[in-house]
Design a protein around this ligand. Structure first.
Ligand SMILES: Cc1ncc(COP(=O)(O)O)c(C=O)c1O
Length: 460
């Protein structure tokens, strides 16, 4: 392969790989790895095509400003394209979006305008409406508007669709997609409608999105909520043409996360959460067939953005997707049990610098101090501050010199009221069984447990 002269030339022409470790019934299932695009997602394609279309129509000129309302993959794709082509990029983002996403976009040179996330369509501060208004007020600017921009589906009609056709050597029977803006399913659907109309377009939709019922019954379904990111909608996007879709499958978050996690462990593919939805939907379609078919679905983005969510067992546990053995006592509330070597602790011989960096790494303010699995003390930020500032210590001093000795502990058999008295004094509960340390419980752990269990009564 010849070297590219610019990163934008590496968008598209993504690999296709057959999955082997799943039950696909009589079918063969292939994944197109859109996570291999330079911005890490399928959205690099429409980002490039929407900007090129705006250039060709004269909607944007040299030194212009691109404006879009998104914190998602489209923002990253646009940041890549804008920077390489010399445009300013202003992204309007609801204030509930994670800091990580904002740091990522800022690091790519995008300007961020935060807006309210508690308002809906029609409110002046709704992110889409605000982006549109800012575009009206900014000279030489262009509102990219992926939900209404025909160059979005065109990227897939001219790129993704033909690539699938060639890579499958014209042997493809169905393509399974999700819908965010609907660009992917509409563009690929249009290509096959022209080139090979027997190819079925199948929608995989999160439970809670209104789109699956629209496809299967002609009426949008009831709106709910879901955790998978990037797909599922509460409205029918303007650029989407769902008449191209023959059938829709509803996929729960639990099914999506399980499919994506298995894809990583068994096939070595680190895919995002929506790819789990697509894979689970594609598997359901495959298993329903009565004859061999070649089915294609997409890995729309990389799983590296979800490492602290669906690939994190503690998050999965908090959300109730993983069950842990129940003890019927306070051990059930310990998020990181010491028995699993999951607790974060320190030893009297560690330096204060070590204790402090551990606190920062795990974002906690106090650490139990252990010797041979027994609690001998506790150290928190104030202990370190006191030792260094007031007692003129140094960060190489030992934890033993600064910790509080004989800390209060709570027996695993205690009740929730005992925990509450600890929390009321602004302490973290150190749970023990006799001398043996079992783990800590914070207020958040208790709240998570109460939410998970949905039962107000304490363990025995
Ligand atoms: C993360 C992600 N974003 C977006 C989309 C869908 O894109 P579109 O806006 O083309 O419907 C997908 C598709 O499955 C996706 O997985």
């Amino acid at each position: 392969m010849a070297a590219s002269t610019n990163i934008l030339e590496t968008i598209g022409n993504t690999p296709m790989v057959e999955v082997r470790s799943f039950d696909t019934g009589p079918c063969r299932l292939f994944l197109k790895l859109e996570n291999q695009n330079p911005g890490g997602s399928i959205k690099d394609r429409p980002a490039l095509s929407m900007v090129e279309a705006a250039e060709q129509s004269g909607a944007i000129g040299p030194g212009g400003t691109l404006i879009e309302a998104t914190a998602g993959n489209t923002g990253i794709g646009l940041a890549l394209v804008a920077r390489q082509k010399g445009y300013r990029l202003l992204l309007v983002i609801p204030d509930k979006m994670s800091q990580e996403k904002i740091f990522n976009l800022q690091a790519m040179g995008a300007e961020i305008r935060l807006t309210r996330s508690d308002v809906t369509r029609g409110h002046p501060e709704y992110y889409q409406d605000l982006a549109s208004r800012l575009a009206g007020e900014t000279p030489n600017s262009f509102f990219v508007n992926q939900f209404g921009n025909p160059a979005n589906p065109l990227a897939h009609e001219e790129g993704t669709g033909p690539e699938i056709w060639e890579q499958m050597e014209h042997g493809v029977d169905a393509v399974v997609c999700g819908v965010g803006s609907g660009g992917t399913i509409t563009g690929i659907g249009r290509f096959f409608g022209r080139q090979a109309p027997h190819v079925e377009m199948i929608l995989a939709d999160p439970v809670g999105s209104v789109l699956a019922d629209q496809v299967n019954t002609g009426t949008p379904g009831p709106l709910g909520s879901w955790l998978v990111e990037g797909i599922g909608e509460d409205f029918i996007p303007e650029v989407s043409d769902l008449s191209l879709v023959s059938k829709a499958y509803k996929v729960t978050d639990a099914e999506a996360f399980a499919a994506a996690r298995k894809l990583l462990v068994d096939e070595g593919i680190l895919a995002g959460s929506s790819s789990g939805t697509l894979l689970a939907g594609a598997l359901a379609f495959c298993r329903e067939q009565g004859e061999e078919k070649n089915v294609v679905t997409l890995v729309c983005d990389s799983g590296n953005k979800y490492l602290s969510k669906m690939y994190n067992d503690y998050w999965m546990l908090d959300q109730g997707f993983i069950e842990r053995e129940s003890h019927g006592d306070l051990r059930d509330l310990i998020a990181r049990p010491h028995a699993d070597r999951a607790s974060v602790t320190t030893s009297p011989d560690d330096t204060l610098a070590t204790a402090l960096s551990r606190m920062k790494l795990y974002d906690i303010s106090q650490l139990p101090v252990l010797v041979d699995d027994n609690v001998v003390g506790i150290i928190d930020e104030s202990d370190i501050l006191w030792a260094i500032h007031r007692r003129h210590g140094v960060f190489t001093d030992r934890v033993a010199s600064a910790m509080s000795v004989s800390p209060e502990t709570v027996e695993a058999s205690s009740d929730i009221d005992t925990l509450m008295t600890v929390f009321r004094r602004d302490l973290t509960a150190i749970v023990v069984d006799g001398d043996a340390f079992l783990g800590v419980i914070t207020r958040i752990d208790l709240l998570n447990w109460l939410r998970r269990e949905r039962r107000p009564e304490p363990p025995a």
